[in-house]
Design a protein around this ligand. Structure first.
Ligand code: GUN
Ligand code: ZN
Length: 389
């Protein structure tokens, strides 16, 4: 059971406007210290305090109200002393809207083969000079306090969802609960930074339930579901999200970490999730892939060499919008021509893809407000798989 403590202050308010009558989808607004965020939301990932290829003006123009930074990367460079001296990551990068930071453990375990987890924390070798380092729950929170992000994440013990080692999955779940207590203890600014817990437990629904109960009892301002997007089957993914959202309180935001693809997001929304992040839309842009309502276009393919339509008809991003409406009016042929050769091609597609994801979230929200979410889902999937293109 949770240790007795007074309820944690919160630096957010969560207003729920509508709930779908047939699915668990919700439309709400999350009021954070750097502005209000309409939910459901997709959060672009600016790992190194920069969304690769975009200036913050350009990111602002996509309508983004909340983006991600990573504690692991910012803690290594520029490091805590510089973050303290400049007054946090908002000032460092000139971003006056909201920031969420992931705690670092997941990045280490996924990026560094050599990371090892003990009760104390995550041990790893510095990618800069190879020296041994230790990220503890306390250190992660202290770094995130210096970063000053509006939402901070607990350090959690993350293992691959597809791991067959049940004892290890249970250990990671129990340890994540113990680490949450250490994070709560260390957190210096609960009145201006919102700490979110992270539900673990792999694909085992009983472990997930136990974890939800333990974490919910700690009463953090928001709740994340972790350990997904690791290559598990879609059915398993849905069962885990559905099991958790059945237990989680209705009046708190729910964040499914590392998800994802538009198809996964629209389904997770139907299961009651509100927040998502993923590097895929921005990463795939750098490979010349455009996200559109019929799926993904590989613009490097020769079939686009003489295609003079916009990346997506009707898209209002800077890249696609016609020149007489103040956009650049760029064609698929032009994007094909510069893709993979000129860095600006990656930048322009990043703008389009982030715009696509945020516009998708806006449509999802409107469909929930209109209580038309099932119809939205049918159209969404028929645009991709319908075969009437
Ligand atoms: N990003 C994607 N999945 C996870 C997770 O389970 N934990 C953390 N901290 N970050 C993530
Ligand atoms: Zn566009």
């Amino acid at each position: 059971a949770a240790p007795a403590r007074k309820s944690m202050p919160s630096a957010l308010t969560f207003d729920r406007h509508a709930k779908c009558s047939t699915t668990k989808a919700r439309a709400s607004t999350l009021h954070l210290p750097h502005g209000s965020v309409p939910l459901p939301i997709f959060m672009p990932v600016a790992t190194q305090a920069s969304l690769k290829g975009l200036t913050y003006d350009q990111l602002r123009e996509t309508g983004c109200m909340l983006c991600l930074n990573n504690t692991y990367h910012l803690g290594l460079k520029p490091g805590q002393a510089v973050l303290d001296a400049v007054g946090g990551a908002h000032k460092l990068q000139g971003w006056d809207r909201n920031l969420l930071t992931d705690s670092g453990g997941f990045q280490m375990v996924s990026l560094l083969q050599l990371a090892t987890v003990t009760e104390e924390g995550v041990r790893f070798l510095s990618p800069h000079d190879g020296s041994p380092m230790l990220l503890t729950p306390e250190h992660s929170i202290s770094l995130q306090n210096s970063i000053g992000s509006d939402i901070i994440m607990q350090l959690d013990d993350v293992i691959a969802t597809t791991s067959p080692d049940h004892a290890r999955i249970k250990e990671a779940m129990d340890r994540s609960v113990r680490w949450l207590d250490r994070c709560i203890e260390e957190h210096k600014y609960p009145e201006r930074q919102n700490l979110f817990c992270i539900i673990q437990g792999g694909l085992d629904l009983e472990l997930r339930k136990q974890c939800c109960e333990e974490m919910v009892a700690r009463d953090t301002p928001g709740i994340a579901i972790g350990g997904l997007s690791g290559g598990e089957a879609k059915e398993e993914f849905c069962k885990v999200v559905n099991t958790c959202t059945d237990i989680l309180p209705e009046h708190k935001p729910r964040y499914v970490m590392g998800v994802g693809y538009p198809e996964d997001i629209v389904v997770a929304v139907a299961l009651g999730a509100d927040m998502f992040d993923c590097v895929w839309p921005t990463r795939t842009a750098r490979f010349g892939d455009a996200i559109v309502s019929s799926g993904t276009l590989k613009l490097s393919h020769k079939s686009f060499a003489d295609d003079f339509g916009p990346v997506e008809e009707g898209c209002t991003c800077t890249c696609c919008r016609p020149t007489d409406q103040g956009g650049l009016g760029l064609t698929r042929a032009y994007m094909h021509h510069i893709t993979a050769k000129e860095t600006v091609g990656a930048h322009l597609l990043t703008i389009h893809n982030v715009h696509y994801m945020l516009t998708l979230m806006g449509k999802i929200r409107q469909a929930i407000l209109d209580d038309q979410y099932p119809a939205f889902l049918r159209k969404f999937f028929s645009d991709i798989y319908g075969g009437d293109k």
